[in-house]
Ligand binder design. Structure first.
Ligand code: PLP
Length: 359
């Protein structure tokens, strides 16, 4: 079911960035955004694309007080053949609805949501940068917008999509990151909202992230919230290890975000003949592997970076170097293949690349 999208074009288009090496991440926004509203009687309605700008919000709005917010992060790419493409967008739509279900926010029709993303990206296609590694980051989000302070599942909500041209994540080449394993704060617990992509998870993670940064680390590696023993995620990425030739990644236990990059890496790795274990993986097992020399590679996976090699790990006064602080062979192969599929340079055997329009 498609929503009836009205398009109101801006009369004052902005100057597009001329130096694509200075784009950074999420600092510049395109000319338009998508908005629609939800209420119990009409469902989702008033679907429209309007000039990008502030959204009036009631001071008692649910999102401001109780954090009723979920989001997605995905990209549109200008492929080497000139077409505009997204990567497995239906997976993002399905995850958005799973997150919505967890936070009692209204879900969106899958076909309708894909059509919204398509329509907006096509309208904004001239904003998609063309330098190597650049893309258009797409941020769909849903938030509760009831104008009263009572704590209930929401009856009024907003669905908004904004787009931002983003620079190459690895403009200076793929450098391994330094990771601090967090032993105090936790990001999520089973039964909580860890598997939902919600703003609240991020709010809870900021303190540890800030502490790690102050101590010279790029990101935090999260342990489980109950025993503080099992590895969960690294920053806002899923995490994988290559130990003695096998790939090990934490299983989706409910407190871990089911990453689309994670899923794609697992599918590629299995296709290449690697044994992939999705299971509980403790920090002790990790350090045992680091000490006995079987820890070969470690990397994070996520839409922003695709893969991010881990070069150093810190935990309770001990520091380990992984893979000689260089990107490992499997990490590099995953990066080359995923980005190759995204930019249309590698054959897309799995049908992951989704055609939005001809450029
Ligand atoms: C979005 C996200 C990821 C990565 O998911 P992708 O679909 O691969 O981009 C991992 N962990 C957290 C906490 C996230 O929010």
């Amino acid at each position: 079911m498609k929503y009836d999208i009205k398009i109101f074009k801006t009369e004052t288009p902005k100057q597009k960035p001329t130096d694509e090496s200075k784009l950074g991440f999420g600092k510049i926004f395109t000319d338009h955004m998508f908005i629609m509203e939800y209420n119990k009687t009409e469902g989702w309605h008033n679907a429209r694309i309007v000039p990008f700008g502030p959204i009036p919000t009631h001071p008692a709005s649910t999102v401001l007080h109780y954090g009723a917010e979920i989001f997605e992060g995905m990209k549109a790419y200008r492929a080497v053949d000139g077409t505009i493409r997204m990567f497995r967008p239906l997976e993002n739509v399905k995850r958005l609805n799973n997150s919505a279900e967890r936070l009692c926010l209204p879900t969106i029709d899958e076909e309708g949501c894909l059509d919204i993303l398509n329509t907006l990206v096509e309208l904004e296609k001239d904003w998609i940068p063309s330098s190597v590694g650049t893309s258009l980051y797409i941020r769909p989000f849903i938030y509760g917008n009831d104008p009263h302070l009572g704590v209930h599942a929401v009856s009024n909500a907003m669905f908004v999509v904004i787009c931002s041209p983003v620079g190459a994540y690895y403009a200076q080449g793929i450098n391994p990151v330094k990771i601090a394993i967090e032993s105090e704060d936790v990001r999520a617990v089973r039964g909580g909202t860890g598997y939902a992509k919600c703003g609240g998870n991020y709010a809870a993670s900021l303190r540890a992230g800030q502490r790690a940064e102050e101590n010279g680390y790029t990101q935090v590696l999260w342990l489980d919230g109950v025993e503080r023993k099992y590895i969960e995620e690294v920053g806002a990425m899923n995490v994988m290890f290559k130990i003695g030739g096998k790939i090990i990644t934490p299983m989706l236990s409910g407190s871990i975000l089911p990453g689309i990059t994670r899923k794609s890496c697992i599918e590629l790795l299995k296709g290449w003949g690697y044994e992939v274990e999705e299971r509980l993986f403790s920090v002790d097992e990790l350090f045992e592997a680091a000490e006995n020399g079987t820890l070969e590679e470690a990397w994070g996976t996520g839409t922003a970076a695709v893969v991010s090699p881990i070069g150093q790990l810190y935990y309770k006064g001990k520091e380990y170097v992984v893979s000689g602080n260089k990107i490992g062979e499997v990490t590099q192969k995953l990066y080359d293949n995923l980005t190759g599929i995204q930019w249309g340079k590698v054959e897309d055997e799995n049908g992951w690349s989704y055609l939005v329009c001809n450029g």
